[in-house]
Structures are given as C-alpha cells and as structure tokens.
Ligand binder design. Structure first.
Ligand code: GLV
Ligand code: GLV
Length: 321
C-alpha cells in the first residue's frame, strides 16, 4: 500500500495531484487556518511523512507519538518550529526549502527597506485619506537609500541576495555572521563587522539570521541604543530575534528612526500591537517568500523531498545540524 502522507494545510490540487499515484495524501481541509493540535497529533501518529507549515510546532509531544514517521518537510527555509535534534534522534529526516525562495525573499526585504525609508505606506494612506491638498517642500520626506550603509546580520543565501541588490544602489555593505564569508567579501564587496560595529555604522540594519538559541533576542535595548538615531531596522527572518518592547521603546524615544517588519514574535499580530501605533513602522504579515511562483516551487520541493525519503533516497534539501 502507498505511504500515508499528511499535509497540515490545503495545497492546490494541481501541485499535489502528480504525487497521488505513489503517495496516499491527506490534507487539513483549510487553506488559511492552521491545523488543530488534536488533528496534527492524530495524523502524525499514523503518517509516514508530513508536510508542515512554520506555524506548526513539531515538538516532543508530536515526535514521541509518531512511530511510523520518516520525513518532515517544512514549507519554509527556517525550521525553528521543529525540534530538529529530537527528530534526528528518532531517525526522522527533516527538509526545508532553501534556494527556491532566496531571490523572492530578498526582493521583499529590499522592498520593505525602501518602503520604510521613503515612507511609502504613509504616503499611500495620505492620498487615499484625501489629505493631499498641496505640494510642500518636506511633505512626507524620507531618507535616501542609495549610497548609504547597509548592515546585514546573517549573511546566508538571502543576505547575499540582499547585498547584491544593495550593490545596485551603490550602498556600502557591512555584514555580520557566525563566520567570515569569502564570497560576500570578494563578489559583493561586503565588509565583515562585529555586531556592535555594524550597529554603530549602518544606516539600515537588516536582520536575516535564522532563529537559534544564539540569535534569540539578539536585538535588544543596548543594540538599539548603539544604532544611529537616523537608522532604520528591517527584520525579515524571525520576530523572536528581537525584543519587541525594546524596539518599541527605541522608536518612541527616537533612538532609531523607523522599522520595517515582516515578522513578529507571536504571529499573527493584531491592530492592538504597540508597534502598529507608530507611523514610522511598516508591518507586513510574514510574506517574504509569498509570490505565486515561489510558493508553488516550495510546495513541489516539499513533495519531492518526501517522495525521495520514502523511496530511501537522499532528499534534495535536508536539514543537517
Ligand atoms: C519563512 O519565513 C521561511 O522561513 O521560509
Ligand atoms: C537562510 O537559511 C538563508 O538561506 O539565508
């Protein structure tokens, strides 16, 4: 009989259909709501493989009750929602979706930087709210992006793709990473900086580091105090890399000038979130990789990875830690 596969969201049938001949695929019947915990537990208990979303917590409770589980394919490049060590102890292969989303996520990250610097959302609201009665010399004046210094924290694939865009804007590029990166330095002209140096010298501080024990809450009170008062902070990785109350305070006190945020510590946020009360904050609902093409590529990659593991072959993009 065919291996049992559970997908924690409804994916388009056109993507799933080609795999139905070899896999017995079941899906949580909703596209916009996460799987109920009880369903996730019951399905993981019988599944040979699961495809998970970043909103699913694949923890001890799930993994200790999944006797047949061989593969978990996370529909994301980040995998902080999964207890990887425990999965590996259970002999479960975990895969993610790097590469296919790199350029798309870099586009969003740079767009968010531009939108925050040039106050695009405020400006758009201004027109829609019929406030545009006159031209004025400093009306909605923002900050230049070109020829400024960008500091990229987390120089992985996406960080490099953002640096490549920054080159086109003639920016000075600093980066901070666990280790030096030859490619970033030689091909992108990026200069390594300590975390503190990067914070002190950057006009735009862009966080693209994965969420780990080491990066959790790495942006806190003292980090924002080190930044220029004109600096803009952009986060397109994981909200928990930032202490949000400290970011809020830094913005209110004018220690930094603005923030572009695609991610939050507890998602989704609602309109009572303190950061949303600030006009210098641009907030997006975690859409870094959200283009139709890229999301389809990510879904296909998850299905291919699962098929490969169930066929006892190497998956294309296995998480190795
Ligand atoms: C999205 O945040 C991802 O990790 O792919
Ligand atoms: C992170 O994993 C990246 O691809 O930048």
């Amino acid at each position: 009989s065919k291996p049992y596969v559970f997908i924690t969201r409804t994916l388009p049938e056109t993507i799933v259909e080609p795999f139905r001949s070899s896999l017995d695929i079941h899906m949580w019947p909703k596209t916009e709501e996460p799987v109920e915990r009880s369903t996730l537990l019951a399905e993981a208990n019988k599944a040979n493989a699961i495809i998970t979303m970043l909103s699913d917590h694949i923890d001890e409770e799930v993994l200790e009750n999944a006797p047949r589980l061989q593969a978990i394919a996370n529909l994301a490049v980040g995998y902080d929602n999964i207890d990887i060590n425990l999965a590996h102890e259970h002999g479960i292969t975990v895969t993610n979706t790097p590469d296919v989303l790199t350029e798309t996520t870099a586009d969003l990250t740079f767009g968010l930087l531009m939108a925050t610097a040039r106050r695009l959302l405020e400006a758009s609201d201004y027109v829609r709210e019929d406030k545009w009665s006159n031209w004025a010399p400093l009306l909605l004046a923002g900050q230049d992006v070109h020829h400024k210094t960008i500091g990229i924290v987390g120089m992985g694939r996406i960080g490099k793709a953002v640096a490549h865009r920054a080159q086109g804007f003639h920016m000075n590029i600093l980066y901070h990473n666990r280790s030096h990166d030859e490619e970033a330095e030689q091909q992108l002209g990026a200069t390594y900086a300590s975390f503190d140096e990067l914070l002190e010298h950057s006009d735009f501080v862009v966080c693209l580091a994965p969420l780990t024990e080491q990066t959790k809450h790495m942006f806190h009170k003292a980090s924002f105090q080190r930044m220029k008062s004109s600096a803009i902070f952009v986060n397109a990785s994981r909200g928990a890399n930032v202490v949000e109350e400290d970011l809020y305070e830094a913005l209110v006190k004018g220690q930094i000038a603005g923030a572009g945020l695609d991610v939050f510590e507890e998602e989704p946020i609602h309109n009572d979130h303190p950061l949303l009360s600030l006009s210098q904050v641009v907030a997006l609902p975690h859409i870094g990789s959200a283009t139709i093409e890229t999301r389809q590529d990510m879904m296909k990659l998850c299905l291919e990875n699962i098929q490969l593991v169930l066929d006892n072959k190497q998956p294309k993009t296995k998480v190795t830690i």
